[in-house]
Design a protein around this ligand. Structure first.
Ligand SMILES: [Zn+2]
Length: 114
């Protein structure tokens, strides 16, 4: 019984934390001390921020690309962002994903200003 109470309380804290971060939408970059698997250069995980692979931590291109994913998140909101990203990801994969294409184009055009 005490364990269940503890789990409920922990879950509430985590959900509250996610909602607070989602409210403020502050962009953060975390430089990981290791490389991400599958040659992933970085990963943007709203509402936390961008996690950069060790190898690419100074790459302006990668940062611009990931910042554009943050712009997409700001436009779409948390739920829609994950819904769109994951449904399309499982259908078409990462490379042909429309959000990835949009982010690649934005990086080339340097549409990201923040
Ligand atoms: Zn991307």
């Amino acid at each position: 019984m005490r364990k269940i109470k503890f789990l409920k309380y922990s879950l509430f804290i985590i959900v509250a934390f996610i909602f607070i971060l989602n409210y403020f939408k502050t962009y953060r970059i975390y430089n990981l001390p290791f490389n991400l698997p599958n040659q992933l250069r970085a990963s943007t995980i709203p509402p936390l921020g961008t996690f950069m692979s060790k190898q690419y931590k100074n790459s302006k291109q990668v940062i611009l690309h990931e910042k554009y994913h943050w712009v997409q998140y700001e436009k779409m909101g948390l739920i829609s962002f994950y819904y769109e990203y994951l449904t399309e990801y499982f259908k078409k994969g990462r490379f042909n994903h429309w959000m990835e294409k949009e982010a690649r184009e934005a990086t080339i055009m340097k549409k990201v200003s923040k």
